[in-house]
Design a protein around this ligand. Structure first.
Ligand code: ADP
Ligand code: MG
Length: 344
């Protein structure tokens, strides 16, 4: 039985936007991410699970029971937002203890629980600080701690790290993963950042215009995007016009095998890391293209190279040593290691 089951959830706002039917099962201990561009309906789904958004239709079950009639404060959920929402006039301890006090827990019990959760979020000894004395990252850790103290059946996180700087965001990802593995908590995480989603999720729900485009493991989403939207949204991708002929596509006379059969005018998608520079012998391969180097941008251990081919402009990733030998205007043979194709 899933820990959380969203069944054909629908909520359309007066503007016609909203969520147009989302079904999703999340299992105990899983971290599932709702990923998609701004406005695709992620927050609406999360708010519905938390009880802050009534659906037009559909059902939401937690541990097998419908929660539609349960008010937010009685639901077995806790929510963390982008804005930390700590009470500014209360100490860290009081911020954390509040939820347990209103549940009538004993003083010693609360103290022990607060101490434990502060260790979990790596902020022991901060009980007497005011939120304003903490950095943004620390405040968000306290907000996570406060949610954890409620011992929710499902923890809901709506873009919790979006307000933090890039380096801190990376740290928080790792910490959240650690918290998840040490607590076994079930989490639904919302982000518009595909890298964040790929790095922390057990499964990803890619959303577009109120609908699910693909629901898969990060690896599958990256390696086997099922739609042009997912291919465009996740990772870097080159798109070239091609002709579908069943299990192969023709790109300017070169024919490549594709996983999903396609017919007619299609878009071929090739990841920059799946394009390789060929040496003299390999270049005689009938599948190779000549590429004219336009730009070489060295980014640490690899370079991002822009080049023109008969099929169109492409970007490829090249190891730094190889990139050093490339000159503007030079023509080099390249090969495509893997091609995916989509109907337009
Ligand atoms: P996301 O979190 O993916 O950015 P939202 O769930 O917040 O998307 O919103 C989905 C769509 O529904 C957007 O087009 C948004 O403008 C619209 N929307 C959200 N909440 C409301 C509301 N209370 N009233 C009217 N439209 C809303
Ligand atoms: Mg949102």
């Amino acid at each position: 039985q899933p820990q959380l089951s969203i069944q054909n959830f629908q909520k359309i706002f007066k503007t016609g936007d909203g969520v147009k039917g989302v079904s999703l099962d999340v299992f105990k201990g899983e971290l599932v991410t709702l990923l998609g561009p701004s406005g695709c309906g992620k927050t609406t789904v999360l708010r519905a699970v938390g009880g802050f958004q009534e659906p037009d239709s559909g059902d939401i079950l937690i541990e097998g029971k419908s929660v539609l009639k349960v008010p937010p404060e009685k639901r077995p959920t806790a929510m963390v937002f982008q804005s930390y929402n700590l009470w500014p006039h209360m100490t860290v301890y009081d911020n954390l203890a509040f939820g347990l006090k209103i549940r009538g827990r004993k003083k010693e019990e609360i103290r022990a629980a607060v101490d434990k959760v502060l260790h979990l979020v790596r902020l022991p000894g901060t009980e007497n600080k005011m939120p304003s004395q903490l950095s943004g990252g620390q405040q968000q850790r306290i907000a996570v701690a406060r949610a954890l103290l409620l011992d929710p059946a499902v923890l809901l996180l709506d873009e919790p790290f979006s307000a933090l700087d890039a380096k801190l965001r990376l740290e928080m990802r790792e910490e959240l993963r650690e918290i998840q593995s040490s607590t076994g908590l079930t989490m639904v995480f919302v982000t518009h950042d595909q890298e964040e989603a790929l790095s922390i999720s057990d499964r990803i729900v890619v959303m577009n215009s109120g609908r699910i485009e693909q629901l898969d493991s990060p690896q599958r989403i990256y390696d086997h995007p099922e739609s042009l939207f997912v291919a465009q949204f996740i990772g870097r991708m080159n798109f070239l016009p091609a002709q579908g002929e069943g299990s192969v596509v023709d790109i300017q006379g070169r024919r490549f095998a594709v996983e999903r059969p396609v017919e007619g005018a299609v878009t071929a998608a090739i990841r920059p890391e799946d394009i390789v520079l060929l040496d003299g012998e390999e270049a005689k391969d009938q599948l190779s293209f000549q590429a004219t180097i336009r730009q070489v941008m060295v980014l640490g251990h690899y370079a991002e190279v822009t080049a023109d081919t008969v099929a169109g402009p492409i970007k490829l990733f090249v190891p730094r040593e190889q990139a050093a030998a490339l000159e503007h205007g030079q023509s080099v043979p390249i090969g495509f290691m893997r091609v995916t194709a989509f109907h337009r």
